[in-house]
Design a binder for this molecule. Structure first.
Ligand code: PMP
Length: 324
């Protein structure tokens, strides 16, 4: 689906017109994948748009940059404020938000250090990521023949542009073979995650998800689901998952900002559970979406309202994001 344009993009401190948000062809990141970025959603609430877990996303952006040796020339608070400003300036009710920190135009050796650190924030409307029926009916997926990056190759904990070469290979293989998404194993053969979302499964009422050591991105949605599952007093097991557990699970679902909570109804043409959205998946999904859209009390302080003249920073509990 072509990207839906919006009036303004924030670039290095200024709101510029969408069409003018351009970079030079010799920008370092374009050649070597030297960027870190975020994917965030703003949901429409009765009080106007609210950005979901904005500060946590921006904090992860800073951790990603730190891992990649990039010093962002702004504070976390400044990027949080710039994000709110960009959502507000574009007068959108609901949108996807894409902050990008990249190495700009200066030199083209592999050595990134001489290149400036540039920052951009774009927002645009983005609906259901895995198709419009996916949230209710679930998706058909395959286990990819591509593995996630081994721990000593690329930093899975960083949301780094270069890592998405691996994600693209997983996604392309799935699409070419008629599946909505691929599940990658880690370099040891244990279940890792989808090309752009974390994975959960349910077996006999227990919620399982792979640990950070399985080359996963520490997802903000993953952490939100773990929090909601703990609220519901569901038993949680964060541990290595052998591939075959996927085939005998009662329920499997993806969790990610774009994907939200999407049930998986078959894996490698084998039906998961009853082949419909599972009961625990549905409970977690509806709780997640109800809080995000402000239909239920924001008991964990996850929403940053955009409507007010100066969106006040929300008071948040101190529990760290997994992997922080
Ligand atoms: N894994 C990968 C590889 C991703 O790209 C994403 C999307 N950012 C996720 C997991 C889910 O992370 P989050 O819930 O923070 O969006």
């Amino acid at each position: 689906m072509p990207i839906q344009t919006t009036p303004k993009i924030w670039m290095n401190g200024e709101l510029v017109d969408w069409d003018k948000a351009q970079i030079h062809i010799l920008t370092h990141t374009l050649h070597y994948g030297t960027g870190v970025f975020e994917g965030i959603r703003a949901y429409p609430t009765s009080q106007g748009p609210a950005v979901f877990r904005l500060t946590e996303h921006i904090e992860r952006l800073y951790r990603s940059a730190q891992i990649m040796g990039m010093e962002i020339p702004y504070t976390v608070d400044e990027i949080v404020a710039a994000t709110v400003e960009t959502v507000r300036a574009n007068k959108l009710d609901a949108c996807y938000v894409r902050p990008l920190v990249y190495r700009g135009y200066e030199s083209l050796g592999v050595d990134p250090f001489p290149c400036p650190i540039d920052v951009a924030i774009a927002v645009w409307p983005w609906g259901a990521y895995l198709g419009k029926d996916a949230i209710e009916k679930g998706v058909d997926v395959m286990v990819s023949s591509w593995r996630r990056e081994a721990p000593d190759t690329l930093p899975a904990m960083a949301k780094a542009s270069a890592n998405y070469m691996n994600s693209q290979l997983i996604k392309m293989e799935a699409l070419v073979n008629g599946y909505a998404e691929g599940i990658a194993l880690d370099s040891y053969g244990f279940v890792s995650e989808g090309s752009g979302e974390n994975l959960f499964l349910v077996k006999k009422g227990v919620l399982y998800t792979p640990p950070l050591t399985a080359s996963i991105l520490p997802g903000i949605t993953r952490q939100s689901i773990l929090t909601l599952a703990a609220d519901m007093k569901l038993p949680i097991m964060e541990r290595s998952i052998p591939r075959e557990m996927l085939y005998i699970a009662d329920e499997v679902f993806f969790a990610g900002t774009a994907t939200e909570v999407t049930p998986v109804r078959s894996i490698d043409r084998q039906t998961v559970g009853k082949g419909t959205r599972g009961e625990i998946t549905e409970r977690l999904q509806s709780e997640y979406l109800a809080i995000a859209a402000g239909r239920k009390a924001d008991r964990h302080g996850w929403l940053t309202p955009v409507a007010q003249e100066r969106a006040a920073a929300v008071v948040r509990p101190t529990a760290p994001v997994a992997g922080a």
